[in-house]
Design a protein around this ligand. Structure first.
Ligand code: PRX
Length: 627
């Protein structure tokens, strides 16, 4: 099979291509039509077909794999390690589904999951899709304000949580933050299900809070039938950051998602049923949804959920797991590789890595020194891949399962099947040829697995993604890129205000809104600047209301971000300044702030109202450069 001809077919004849791919999953009732694109840009895949993600991920494997390990839950924080066979996973998911049903959760209801990397989080997600409920997993690093805005948007009937997570040997409270978020939210969930790990003391609300262990006991032997849903039925909502302060609920379907994941396991990851997949992301991110939970399980593989850092008890821990569970495919982020790079490489070679075929890295640019180092350290192919919360699965990758293709440093590779990707000139929307920098766009229809819409806001889906290039209705990735003569794409950074800190996608506007909540902040601008370890770091510039009272303002702004958004969004520095660079129409020129903070030339500043402002800011930064 040639990649080029197959890719062309996937674009020219999606019905034939995806019709074939659909055979990878179980359909309780066949679909009537592969693609309905009668109402662009809304693509409906496999409409009329009845299926269920939980059935495909769990029940379907019982015939051949009942006693094969499906899930390995490892916590180097609590020193626990537990495996679940497909049969045991099936039983746990049924118990969880029974708890949902007993508490009134029905098809289409939302369940918000605010949990660390524990096995019950996997049960909670699978139990939702089993009964046709829609999950919305919120990353555990987010604090009460972020959580409250997601609760109000998703309006969950039930929230599943733990009392705490753990990081670096310390308990990280979850339940108290959730209680605060529910207080802040207008829409209150009827029930909160708490998995008590015994890490911290916490209070409960009578009539609302349920203890998971007690509930599980009540439903120990319950079996909950699969709810067959239309392929277009929403399986989940996952919030992500954009240009505005309000996170967008990326809404995903059922059938298209399952088919896309299944095909990616073969075409991109070259993973085989019966093997073990180890993805080090978190269930709160899109990579965790696709490649910790659904992709490997749909493919009949064991998956590892890991709670902890890559360095505890030592830098060999991930590789020890590779040896122990014979991991064949591993998936992580460049930041993790950069963290390991600071350690003794002997930790990586101490273990037998013969089962491992490749390490996939995604989420942020993979710099050449890191790629070369990790390749040298483990002596396995390093596969960069590019995608977004919105696309749901890799958009650009070396399609290793299709054809042997050369890797090119700095490039995640070529478009995956179904992705019709182009580079457009941002000035005149003209399509660009090779070696010209432009905005990476995708021509509709988006392939299976991509977002259906923004939850509850079709207009926002259109205006945010499809109307940014004047005169062309194309999906904008908001990434700059370049394509070489062989069609390989290179990613050159975001066109909007989204930053990427240690592979975590954050909106600078959200951080600005949080800081402006401080009583002594008059104006604030946040930009992302280059960081050797995390890829990017947020830094803030604040104009105080009372300039005579700023001794503790930096620390207070950081605290405000910690308590509203979460420590992951905390800026590395908060510079107190007297003015911000603005255009004559009053817009903050973030591009210039970023350049100055990175020690670069700010470029054309002729549109700026007061050109001396940048020199002042440069002075402030020079006194205390970002670390
Ligand atoms: O800017 C691109 C960057 O991360 C953004 C998407 O982040 P998120 O929605 O969290 O999804 C991550 C899924 C892997 C993109 O718009 N990005 C992602 N992968 C790469 C990347 N930048 C460079 N190289 C990559 N491989």
């Amino acid at each position: 099979m040639s990649y080029k001809s197959e890719h062309e077919r996937s674009i020219q004849d999606p019905d034939s291509f995806w019709g074939e791919q659909a055979k990878r999953i179980h359909w309780e009732k066949p679909f009537k039509q592969v693609l309905d694109y009668s109402n662009p840009p809304f693509a409906k895949w496999f409409e009329g077909g009845l299926t269920n993600i939980c059935f495909n991920a769990v029940d379907r494997h019982l015939a051949d794999r009942a006693d094969q390990i499906a899930l390995v839950a490892v916590s180097t924080e609590t020193n626990q390690e537990k495996t679940f066979t497909f049969k045991e996973l099936y039983e746990e998911v049924n118990r969880m589904a029974a708890i949902y049903q007993a508490n009134g959760v029905k098809k289409g209801d939302r369940v918000l999951i605010y949990m660390p990397m524990v096995a019950q989080a996997c049960f909670a997600m699978l139990a939702c899709v089993r009964i046709g409920a829609i999950h919305s997993v919120v990353f555990g690093g987010f604090a009460s304000h972020s959580l409250a805005s997601r609760i109000d948007d998703a309006q969950p009937k039930m929230i599943v949580t733990t009392e705490a997570g753990a990081r670096g040997g310390k308990a990280v409270p979850y339940k108290p933050l959730l209680d605060e978020a529910i207080n802040l939210a207008t829409c209150k969930p009827e029930k909160v299900l708490i998995v008590n790990r015994g890490l911290i003391e916490f209070t409960t609300v009578a009539g609302r809070d349920l203890d998971y262990a007690a509930e599980r006991q009540k439903h120990l032997h319950d079996l909950v039938p699969i709810e067959w849903v239309d392929a277009t039925h929403t399986s989940y909502i996952l919030y992500t950051s954009g240009t505005t302060g309000k996170p967008k609920g990326v809404q995903r379907d059922t059938g298209g998602y399952a088919v896309a994941l299944a095909s990616s396991m073969d075409h991109i990851f070259c993973a085989k049923p019966g093997e073990t997949f180890f993805c080090t992301s978190d269930i709160g991110w899109v990579v965790g949804h696709g490649y910790i939970i659904y992709g490997p399980l749909i493919h009949g593989m064991a998956t590892i959920m890991y709670e902890g850092t890559p360095l505890r008890p030592d830098a060999g821990i991930w590789w020890e797991l590779v040896e122990k569970y014979k991991v064949s495919v591993m998936f992580s982020a460049p930041t993790a590789a950069r963290v390991l790079k600071k350690q003794d490489p002997a930790f990586l070679t101490k273990y037998d890595l013969s089962s491992l075929r490749a390490l996939f890295l995604a989420g942020e640019p993979l710099d050449e020194p890191t790629a070369t180092w990790i390749h040298g350290a483990i002596n396995k192919p390093i596969v960069d891949n590019y995608w977004q919360t919105e696309t749901g699965w890799p958009t650009l990758a070396i399609q290793r399962g299709v054809e042997v293709m050369p890797h090119k440093f700095g490039s995640p590779g070529l478009p995956s099947f179904g992705f019709n990707m182009k580079l457009l000139d941002d000035a005149n929307a003209e399509e660009l040829g090779p070696n010209k920098k432009g905005v990476i766009v995708i021509e509709g229809p988006l392939p299976p697995g991509c977002m259906q819409t923004v939850w509850g806001d079709d207009k926002r889906f259109i205006s945010t993604y499809w109307e940014t290039i004047p005169g062309k209705t194309v999906y904008s990735t908001f990434d700059w890129g370049i394509k070489d003569d062989d069609g390989y794409f290179f990613i050159l950074g975001r066109t909007d205000d989204v930053i990427n800190v240690a592979g975590h996608r954050l909106g600078t506007r959200e951080i600005e809104e949080s800081i402006s909540g401080h009583a002594n902040v008059s104006e604030v601008a946040v930009v992302g600047i280059e960081d050797k370890l995390k890829g990017q770091a947020a830094i803030a510039f604040v104009i105080p209301k009372d300039a005579s009272n700023t001794a503790t303002l930096e620390a207070e702004c950081m605290k405000t971000v910690d308590s509203t958004l979460g420590a992951i969004a905390r800026p590395g520095r908060v510079y107190i300044v007297t003015a911000l660079p603005k255009t004559r129409s009053g817009k903050i020129v973030r591009r210039a702030l970023q350049a100055v903070a990175e020690g670069r030339d700010p470029g054309d500043i002729s549109t700026m109202e007061d050109q001396t402002v940048l020199a002042q800011i440069r002075g402030v930064i020079e006194q205390r450069p970002p670390t």
